[in-house]
Design a protein around this ligand. Structure first.
Ligand code: NAD
Ligand code: LMR
Length: 343
């Protein structure tokens, strides 16, 4: 498992085992933002990344100049906002991460970001479909439950859609779940793994505590823990608002996004047994009726290798999933029938 503690030590160790022929270009669209900057730094520290392309409508080259002074081998290039620069940023990318878009303010839901972010993601997805159709695309911009289906529609319309390569990033939900459960149990979060299924917003986030190391957590403790995992994002939005800085999770999200990208790189470089959760087009559709669903996924060279079944859940979790599916279905439908047509 990739944890905060292991992140840098593992990267340091792997620096010696990554062979020279494995070149991997990673592109960040929205690289100068709250998530984009620390994400750029973390990817600069990853020896599997050989080229880092940083694009933003504002400040890409500045972030690139700064990060490029970190003394790791990879080459960093910043791009100004122009169609030919976006093309250059995307061409040859193995992984494209998209954190471009606005974050929440207190009182807003992720769905309230749809109006602004749907068209930002749609336009960047069009460019990715044109210039990096074979890249693994990691959508961070909210509402993930809708921006992922929008991206799928764009890729379908361009005739280059491969569901194995499109991921809504839900890694932060499992990062939070493992940290919050360890706080209650007094354990090391590195040893705590909690499967989280559904989507990425409020009640669509469903932690399966019955499958964790602590299936007996129950009653008010369980209810509070589940709520904290589901609304961890709001905790950060509130705290940042009170502190006057505004915005939503950026540092923990950069950590989560960097972990997801690293897992995909490890899998594409031949490592087996690499698992991450992600919001993807899912065969679990037949069980849950939602075409996109987040669950535990085994990664491989193509991206998705195998989407694992949700497995055994208890009555309480069945109830949580039923509630999640309502919102999730609405979020996906909205992406399909929105005023932001895919093309
Ligand atoms: P931010 O405002 O700090 O940064 C966004 C960046 O995107 C800015 O630098 C902006 O210039 C850039 N941008 C806007 N439109 C662009 C475009 N068309 N092309 C390229 N760049 C563009 O916001 P943030 O805090 O970094 O959050 C970004 C998004 O990530 C938000 O939608 C937020 O809700 C989401 N988020 C998702 C998760 C998750 O778990 N998936 C976690 C945290 C935040
Ligand atoms: C999160 O989970 O922190 C992100 O989705 C950002 C948010 O709006 O809460």
């Amino acid at each position: 498992m990739f944890t905060a503690r292991s992140a840098f030590s593992t990267i340091g160790r792997r620096a010696f085992s990554v062979s020279a022929h494995q070149s991997s270009k990673v592109t960040i669209l929205g690289a100068a933002g709250g998530i984009g900057q620390p994400l750029s730094l973390l990817l600069k520290l990853n020896p599997r990344v050989t080229d880092l392309a940083l694009y933003d409508i504002r400040g890409g080259p500045g972030v690139a100049a700064d990060v490029s002074h970190v003394n790791t081998k990879s080459k960093v290039t910043g791009y100004d906002p122009a169609p030919e620069k976006l093309k250059a940023a995307l061409e040859g990318a193995e992984i494209v991460l998209i954190p471009a878009g606005v974050p929440r303010k207190p009182g807003m839901s992720r769905d309230d970001l749809f109006k602004t972010n749907a068209s930002i993601v749609r336009d960047l997805a069009k460019a990715a479909a044109d210039y990096a159709p074979n890249a693994k695309l990691l959508i961070i911009s909210n509402p993930v439950n809708s921006t992922v289906p929008i991206t799928a529609e764009v890729f379908k319309a361009k005739g280059v859609y491969n569901p194995k390569r499109l991921f809504g990033v839900t890694t932060l939900d499992v990062v939070r779940a493992s940290k919050f459960i360890s706080e209650i149990q007094g354990t090391d979060p590195a040893g705590e793994e909690v499967t989280v299924v559904g989507g990425h917003s409020g009640v669509t986030i469903v932690p399966l505590l019955s499958q964790s190391n602590h299936p007996s957590i129950d009653g008010a403790t369980r209810d509070a823990l589940v709520k904290r995992i589901q609304f961890g994002g709001d905790e950060v939005v509130q705290a940042k608002s009170s502190a006057g800085s505004g915005g939503s999770a950026t540092l923990s999200m950069a950590f989560a996004g960097s972990r997801m990208a690293d897992s995909l790189l490890r899998a594409s470089h031949g490592e087996t047994g690499v698992f991450e959760p992600a919001f993807v087009q899912s065969p679990l559709y037949k069980d849950y009726g939602c075409e996109f669903f987040s669950s535990r996924i085994e990664l491989g060279p193509e991206g998705v290798k195998e989407i694992h079944p949700v497995g055994k859940v208890n009555k309480y979790e069945e109830g949580l999933i039923a509630i999640a599916l309502n919102d999730l279905a609405a979020n996906i439908k909205k992406a399909r029938h929105c005023d932001t047509p895919p093309i």
